[in-house]
Design a protein around this ligand. Structure first.
Ligand SMILES: Nc1ncnc2c1ncn2[C@@H]1O[C@H](COP(=O)(O)OP(=O)(O)O)[C@@H](O)[C@H]1O
Ligand SMILES: [Mg+2]
Length: 204
């Protein structure tokens, strides 16, 4: 399904390529101009600022809470009906240890507040929390993409796999642009979302 975009593109592959190219440039800009450092750390407000910065030239919904219910694989992300409440609760979750931070990251992933681009923006958000609170970030080049996706799929049920995977990739290179950029690879994504209507849920 093709997302309505500001680029005037009506081809899914072209859009994916352009979106990846533009968001990477935006991510570099965000890092270089110091804007990222000014965003709130560990709240939806901060995540929304990151998402807006990356996607504002591509999608109208950049930085905005989604209005569609979405799922990936067998997993339904937070229902739009509960999304705002969930985000307020996530804002208040503690973030003083590695464990707490990953638990918060997992909840934010379950919320999946945006129509698209949750993976990239939430990984930056995670790194900003880790940086501020424990003086470390994830070296995403040390995280196998397939293992990461499996661990994320598993995380709503059991969080040990993602914790171990990310713990092993911690680095104190917190101001290294290359380390930061590794998390923004859109190729972490492997499929689109299914959009469903509330009525459909009654039938399955
Ligand atoms: N089945 C799943 N269950 C839970 N989380 C998932 C699942 N599949 C993917 N994810 C998470 O969602 C992210 C993809 O979200 P998406 O909105 O497509 O972001 P992006 O376009 O930046 O990759 C992945 O990086 C992973 O963290
Ligand atoms: Mg995606």
């Amino acid at each position: 399904m093709l997302l309505k975009n500001k680029l005037g593109l009506d081809n899914e592959i072209e859009l994916a390529k352009e979106e990846e190219r533009i968001t990477k440039l935006k991510a570099i800009e965000l890092f270089e101009n110091g804007k990222l450092e000014k965003f709130e750390v560990g709240t939806f407000q901060g995540l929304s600022q990151i998402h807006k910065s990356l996607f504002e030239d591509v999608y109208e919904f950049a930085g905005k809470i989604r209005k569609e219910n979405i799922s990936k694989g067998n997993f339904r992300f937070a229902s739009v009906m509960y999304l705002e409440d969930a985000l307020k609760k996530i804002d208040k979750m503690p973030q003083s240890s590695f464990e707490e931070i990953i638990e918060k990251y997992i909840e934010m992933n379950i919320a999946h507040p945006f129509r698209e681009g949750n993976g990239r923006s939430t990984r930056i958000w995670l790194d900003m929390i880790l940086k501020k609170e424990i003086g470390k970030v994830i070296d995403w080049s040390k995280v196998d993409k397939e293992d990461y996706l499996l661990a994320m799929e598993r995380s709503p049920i059991k969080n040990i796999e993602i914790k171990i995977l990310l713990q092993n990739a911690l680095t104190d290179k917190i101001n290294d642009r290359d380390v930061y950029m590794k998390g923004i690879d859109a190729s972490y994504k492997y499929e689109g979302y299914n959009v469903y209507k509330a009525e459909d849920l009654k039938n399955n």
